[in-house]
Design a protein around this ligand. Structure first.
Ligand SMILES: Nc1nc2c(ncn2[C@@H]2O[C@H](COP(=O)(O)OP(=O)(O)OP(=O)(O)O)[C@@H](O)[C@H]2O)c(=O)[nH]1
Ligand SMILES: [Mg+2]
Length: 460
């Protein structure tokens, strides 16, 4: 669709009303007309201007606002954009939106539509769009940093440069195919193309190595509290959450659903889960709770396996987790209720199963003794998980999939070898570049042709 016949969209872009200030934005070919209708003029570009807004039908003044005018294509969406900073009252905004709705060619924006237009007009690539979404939902310092880097093209620029090199390599091979019988075009173009492919393969593989870190930083590291019933899991969970988020009772089998809280540990996001006590039960509801507990603990990064310290048979349950979790999360043994009489100290642990754990902590979720020690251990674990190396390039499964696909195609091209079939190498390089193009959202075959003609000047 061309610029001129697109709908002009508008929306309240700021948060919940009432508020001190509310921001209404308008984007599209009729944005100028919208300003003229409401204010009788259009402010100077990019200069905050005080303006009276009037209802064009009754001529009544609605509000006095700051008006900003961003002519396209150098605006956020790439289109003409108008922005109003109004007093954030419900009636003010309702009146302004009503007036805008009455103007022909204007309609309310759909979710994400401003950003979508920015993408369609080439103002942002797909990874930057994702970075923007992440920035808006970032809850911790480290998340904010990662999202901002991505919005600014940390991944997009890398992917584009990989793709540019790939297209050069592809152009070499295609030139070999198309013009090999013509004088002046070198025969062996596959060799140099494969050198490029091999280099890219190594670089992308290295970038993928940090993928787990980047994805986790977006979603938060998951710490699951699990263990036998009545061990004090929910009590510990409430302590960590600093509120009564889960029900605690002396009746075993109290917790059924998985409950979660989000924490900010030194700027890193952590999701803590409380789960149902794991035991065999005839109650179908409890069975489901246990199934969920096992599943979520199995998918967690770290499991705190809580038992009653010195409770003998209960700690015998510890073997179950080590069986369930093989190759899965790291598991720490948390011996709870050390305030109760008859508890043996950790140095005295003679139970072989307990000794299998790398980290054994003793605490009382009721008195709080030993809790700091646990939190310090968790902080250190989280810190170690996220640090090391520069910021992760890959933050989503989508990125990982696209890059894995790229590497797969590069691998197949490289395997074909310099003496291999040109058409196969060309096809694999094309697949690789398409996968990269999907990453940034810029799949375009035209640029392959551009490079061929630019570099070889065939001129016929
Ligand atoms: N003395 C003492 N009692 C505790 C401690 N932690 C928990 N309890 C008590 O143990 C009982 C069970 O606590 P919960 O936190 O509900 O245990 P849970 O592991 O979540 O139990 P389920 O949800 O049934 O699996 C409650 O009566 C708690 O008050 C502790 O450190 N010391
Ligand atoms: Mg519980």
């Amino acid at each position: 669709m061309t610029q001129a016949n697109r709908d002009t969209i508008y929306a309240l872009s700021s948060g919940r009303l009432p508020a001190a200030i509310a921001v209404v934005r308008i984007s599209g070919p009729r944005a100028r007309f919208a300003f003229e209708t409401m204010m009788g003029r259009v402010p100077e570009p990019r200069k905050a201007t005080l303006a009276r807004l009037r209802d064009p039908i009754t001529a009544e003044t609605i509000d006095e606002a700051l008006a900003l005018w961003f002519p396209g294509p150098k605006s956020e969406t790439g289109e003409d954009m108008a922005e109003l900073q109004l007093h954030g009252g419900r009636a003010v905004i309702a009146a302004v939106l009503t007036i805008l709705g009455r103007i022909e060619g204007l309609r309310m924006a759909e979710p994400g539509e401003f950003t979508r237009r920015a993408f369609e007009n080439g103002r942002l690539d797909l990874t930057a769009v994702e970075g923007l979404a992440d920035l808006i939902s970032a809850e911790t310092e480290a998340q904010r940093r990662q999202a901002f880097r991505q919005l600014k093209g940390f991944l997009g620029a890398r992917a584009e440069s990989w793709r540019a090199r790939l297209i050069e390599a592809l152009a070499l091979v295609e030139a070999g195919i198309d013009f090999s019988d013509e004088a002046g075009v070198p025969e062996d173009l596959i060799g140099p193309a494969l050198v490029v492919a091999r280099g890219l393969q190594a670089e992308i593989t290295e970038a993928l190595a940090g993928a787990a870190r980047g994805e986790r930083l977006r979603e938060g590291l998951v710490v699951a509290i699990a263990g036998p019933p009545n061990a004090g899991k929910s009590t510990l969970f409430n302590r960590i959450a600093r509120r009564e988020a889960a029900i605690v009772s002396p009746i075993p089998g109290t917790t059924r659903d998985v409950i979660e809280v989000h924490l900010d540990l030194d700027g890193y996001p952590v999701t803590v889960l409380d789960t149902a006590g794991i035991r065999d039960s005839d109650d179908p509801v409890e069975q489901e709770g246990v199934r969920r507990a096992r599943a979520r603990a199995g998918d967690a990064d770290l499991v705190l396996w809580v038992v009653e310290a010195g409770s003998g048979p209960e700690s015998g349950n510890t073997h179950r987790i080590s069986v369930d979790m093989e190759g899965g999360p790291e598991v720490w043994l948390v011996r709870n209720k050390i305030d109760l009489p008859g508890v043996i100290s950790p140095e005295m642990i003679i139970n072989e199963q307990e000794l299998q754990f790398i980290i054994i902590l003793s605490l009382s979720a009721v008195t709080g003794e030993g809790l700091n020690h646990l939190m310090n251990h968790i902080s250190r674990y989280v810190g170690e998980f996220f640090t090391g190396g520069e910021g992760a390039l890959i933050t989503r499964e989508r990125h990982r999939k696209a890059l894995e696909e790229t590497i797969g195609a590069l691998e197949r091209a490289v395997k074909e070898g310099p003496k291999g079939r040109e058409d196969i190498v060309a096809e694999e390089l094309r697949l690789a570049s398409r996968a990269l193009g999907r990453l940034t959202g810029r799949v375009d075959v035209e640029d392959v042709l551009d490079v061929i003609f630019r570099d070889f000047c065939i001129g016929k």
